[in-house]
Write a protein that binds this ligand. Structure first.
Ligand SMILES: Nc1ncnc2c1ncn2[C@@H]1O[C@H](COP(=O)(O)OP(=O)(O)OP(=O)(O)O)[C@@H](O)[C@H]1O
Ligand SMILES: O=P(O)(O)OC[C@H]1O[C@H](OP(=O)(O)OP(=O)(O)O)[C@H](O)[C@@H]1O
Ligand SMILES: [Mg+2]
Length: 302
């Protein structure tokens, strides 16, 4: 009997690696639903066959996904840019698309009560991290040949506990809201990188790869991400102020301007960045535009 996770059942399938749990998991599920990639993940199983495409999802630790992608074991993957940097495989894999979630920063942190003011103060000391490659490179650049080397202690998680437990003098770990850092009495003294979730693919696709399906899935995901970034704004404006209105809403390519039945008026339909829409509406109202509607996009191809 063949199991679901076997070369036979996966043969001929496009393989897409998704973080198996953690901070990126739920967002990835939303993305897959938005791209109409249909599957059922059985309890404890780290592979799911996609019902409406010749494709399988493979659920892996976020940290391992860059290696599986770089080596062509899977055709697409989602993980954090921090994980891509830590894997050090930037020439073997290509970042296809930033996904706009999982935003965080990798920072050097020290106890508030300590005398360490800058990363250089940690040279020759102990630093705990799950990012031992990046932290190792960072501190080796800071120290001269004569200086005692910084000791990088690998820990798999709960890195912020390391200083209080006496394991390290400082840490290198991820910060988003800063809540975990502050709760552990730490503060940041430097940033190694900022990160968000990314869609990655092997730079050289594996010969078994279905590149057409890989491109289709990429394009669908691009559409879902774009729909989350933009809204459609529709409004009416007098022809005499149309120029001013179009300066406020130039659109991605160009706005759609149509005549209204009422002479002297135009209707405008235009894409606007979601984060700018409130300001755009204020400015439109100021110049006399009216009947301003904001339409949410479920999906798009732009
Ligand atoms: N607090 C956070 N806010 C936003 N993104 C984060 C945060 N923590 C981690 N990430 C992003 O999510 C990726 C995966 O981290 P996550 O913590 O989910 O994995 P993990 O540590 O392997 O899992 P777990 O913490 O469940 O053991 C990170 O590489 C980073 O890109
Ligand atoms: O700035 P914040 O919003 O507090 O987020 C940062 C925390 O989130 C992640 O931890 P996670 O919950 O994944 O636990 P882990 O450390 O065990 O991986 C990260 O490692 C930080 O500890
Ligand atoms: Mg974590």
């Amino acid at each position: 009997m063949s199991t679901l996770l076997s070369p036979e059942t996966l043969a001929g399938k496009m393989l897409f690696a998704i973080p198996k749990k953690g901070r990126l998991y739920e967002k990835c599920l939303e993305l897959l639903a938005g791209a109409d990639i249909q599957f059922k993940r059985a309890h404890r199983l780290d592979v799911a066959l996609v019902q409406n495409h010749p494709m399988a999802l493979v659920f892996l630790p976020a940290a391992d996904i860059p290696r599986f992608v770089a080596e062509g074991n899977v055709d697409l993957g989602i993980t954090g840019q921090d994980m891509v940097a830590e894997a050090g495989l930037s020439s073997e894999l290509t970042e296809e698309l930033e996904l706009g979630f999982g935003k965080c920063a990798l920072q050097v942190q020290v106890p508030e009560s300590s005398s360490f003011k800058e990363p250089k103060d940690l040279v020759g000391k102990k630093v705990a991290t799950s990012f031992d490659r990046l932290a190792g490179e960072y501190f080796s650049k800071l120290q001269s040949d004569e200086e005692k080397k910084t000791i990088i202690e690998y820990v798999g998680g709960s890195v912020e506990a390391a200083c209080a437990l006496g394991l390290a003098d400082g840490i290198v770990d991820l910060v988003e809201s800063g809540e975990t850092m502050r709760a552990c009495g730490l503060h940041p003294i430097a940033t190694l990188l900022t990160s968000q979730a990314v869609l990655i693919r092997p730079t050289t696709p594996h010969e078994r790869a279905d590149t057409a399906l890989t491109k289709l899935v990429t394009s669908r995901i691009r559409g879902v991400i774009a729909a989350a970034r933009y809204v459609l704004v529709e409004y009416n404006v007098q022809k005499s102020t149309l120029d001013k209105a179009l300066q406020i809403t130039p659109g991605r390519r160009a706005p759609t301007v149509s005549p209204l039945d009422d002479q002297g008026w135009n209707a405008v339909s235009v894409m606007v960045l979601r984060k700018e829409v409130a300001n755009v509406m204020d400015s439109l109202e100021e110049i006399g535009a009216c009947d301003i509607f904001v339409v949410q996009l479920a999906n798009c191809r732009i």
